[in-house]
Ligand binder design. Structure first.
Ligand SMILES: *[C@@H]1O[C@H](CO)[C@@H](O)[C@H](O)[C@H]1NC(C)=O
Ligand SMILES: *[C@@H]1O[C@H](CO)[C@@H](O)[C@H](O)[C@H]1NC(C)=O
Ligand SMILES: *[C@@H]1O[C@H](CO)[C@@H](O)[C@H](O)[C@H]1NC(C)=O
Length: 179
């Protein structure tokens, strides 16, 4: 005879198994993004170890690095143009507004939080992106945590890749956005 205890255990197992299956099922589904596009982020740094042209700069060091190495603690605020192709002078399709700071002591890496603000005939609205950026890795996945307008309630992944680096003054990131 099955005791009440055993009955409960079987019931819990069944619930756990069916829950797992639904989670696996939905993960499978989420592997196909609804919307996917690639844009390029251009950062022209002013101050600190960056450049010295305020007219051309789109980001600035607002807190200097500490003496812990790897720029640990340096905070950079940016209002950067985002373009459809790699050309810095192409008309921007969005602006990336936010900040990053270096937060790895034993390696080189940053933490990003920013909003992609779209205001073009193609897209109007915002996408909020945040997460760790271990700069040395070839690709880094950041979370898309929300959005407004054409991107209402967006969720997804922004895969970043360093696409160009000019000393410490300019860098370009390829952003492969999957929603
Ligand atoms: C920033 O910090 C670095 C490392 O401590 C130092 O060498 C540099 O002079 C500082 N720059 C400014 C503008 O304070
Ligand atoms: C978006 O672009 C339009 C047309 O150029 C402009 O009038 C409007 O102020 C812009 N909105 C924002 C939030 O930048
Ligand atoms: C602005 O900075 C970028 C990146 O360093 C550079 O390619 C470009 O020539 C600069 N533009 C001007 C007008 O100085």
């Amino acid at each position: 005879m099955t005791s009440f205890k055993e009955f409960c255990l079987i019931l819990i197992l069944l619930v756990v198994i069916s829950h797992d299956q639904s989670v696996l099922g939905s993960n499978k589904h989420q592997k196909q993004p609804c919307k996917r596009f690639v844009v390029y982020y251009h950062d022209i740094l002013f101050g600190g170890f960056g450049g010295d042209d305020p007219a051309n700069s789109t980001s600035a060091v607002v807190a200097n690095a500490t003496q812990l190495g790897n720029f640990f603690g340096m905070l950079v605020v940016f209002d950067d143009p985002v373009t459809k192709d790699q050309n810095l002078n192409s008309p921007p399709v969005a602006r990336a507004q936010g900040f990053y700071f270096y937060d790895l002591k034993n390696s080189f890496g940053a933490w990003f939080a920013f909003t992609l603000v779209f205001n073009s005939s193609d897209y109007k609205g915002t996408l909020d992106i945040m997460g760790a950026d271990p700069i040395k890795a070839k690709t880094r996945d950041l979370s898309v945590v929300g959005g407004t307008g054409d991107f209402l309630l967006a969720r997804g992944i922004a895969t970043l890749q360093t696409d160009a680096l000019e000393g410490t003054v300019y860098f370009r990131l390829k952003m492969d956005i999957k929603l």
